[in-house]
Design a protein around this ligand. Sequence first.
Ligand code: GUN
Ligand code: ZN
Length: 432
Amino acid sequence: MTNATLHLGQTLRFEANPFHAGVEAAQHETQGAVLVEDGLFKAVGRADDLRKAHPETRLVDHGQHLLLPGFIDAHAHYAQTGIIASWGKRLIDWLNSYTFPEEMRFGDRVYADTIAGQYMDFLLAQGTTSVCTFCTIHPASVDALFNAATARNMRVFAGKTCMDRNAPDGLRDTAQSAYDDSRALLQNWHGTGRNSYVITPRFSPTSTPEQLEALGALWAEHPECLMQTHLSEQLDEIDWVKSLFPQARDYLDTYEQFGLLNERGLYGHAIHLEEREKSRLREVNASLIHCPTSNTFIGSGLFDMNGLTADGHLVGLATDTGGGSSFSMLRSMAAAYEIGQLKGRPLHPSELLWLATAGSAQALHCGDQIGNLTPGLEADFTVVDLASTPAIAQRADRATTIWEALFPTIMMGDDRAIRETWVAGQKIALPE
Ligand code: GUN
Ligand code: ZN
């Protein structure tokens, strides 16, 4: 008895990167279908063709709803769930006033388990099926996150946040313990189920050179892992980095000189980059992660999507919860559009969707596993209602193309637009 299921609905998938190939890179079917078997997409095409080819297969008819790859949030802090939308501070004050006191609580495994489960359920309700998240300095916070992900069979990327200075008592490790704990967690979790361990120095102001060096050594021993951190988010932060590392050529150099720059590096924000930083990031083909709701919420600045994609940088999209003001990748696409407008470059809906799916997957080096409706990839997908509120419906009603129909949901949609989320071919029960 086969477990194959044929899902009918509108479908959108990418054959190439729309930033380079234009809108033609996306394929839309008004009456499309995806065949899912053993947790993978087996075939994608027109409903008529696939029904004929698989006449006995169980059908799930999603009507006019749009089947999209599950969204991939390429940078978040799950431990900041409880302090999302905290008022009135900029980066360094925000970290000290809201973030660090909250992260302190994750030494308590019961609390960490509670938040990790709640966070994962928030993601799934928003159509997000994968995330790359910072945890806290506590190994228990990593165990809690991977346990919650494993229980839901989600593909996740996470690591212990390392900090051995400029953080309060109780929220610092050391160069040695950061190395030892990260290594033990990596050995326990990396490659188990759908879990990937990510080496995670928070950012250079909260790590001594000794700690950065230790984590660079760990990465050299495990080059198969990703490494995530923050880069050039706010001007005050950059000044601080320069005063802490007077020998460094620039902010990126504080990572580069300790072995923390290469192709599998993920650099969150990357707003105020100098020319040398841009050319080094491009040379090594590192990933830049755009966090638009965070950049406006904390007042950080405007990411140069146009210039960076034109120069061939790999870019992913992220919420940066809880510096970001939403768990939603729809809202993140909307904010990326608004920042694009402020920079004089309106991003096309195909580009926004790319960033939230296949683009983030490429940035996380997992584009051969998730991020597209492509045969052979894992069947993580979301079912989107393009008329989820009366206000969206009346606008979408006038649409003459799929992009015009989708854009009101990108700009105005929320979890009401997410009708269903499927992970590795299994439907997730979402809250009503
Ligand atoms: N830089 C260092 N840590 C953080 C964090 O938690 N959030 C944001 N937005 N920036 C950071
Ligand atoms: Zn962050």
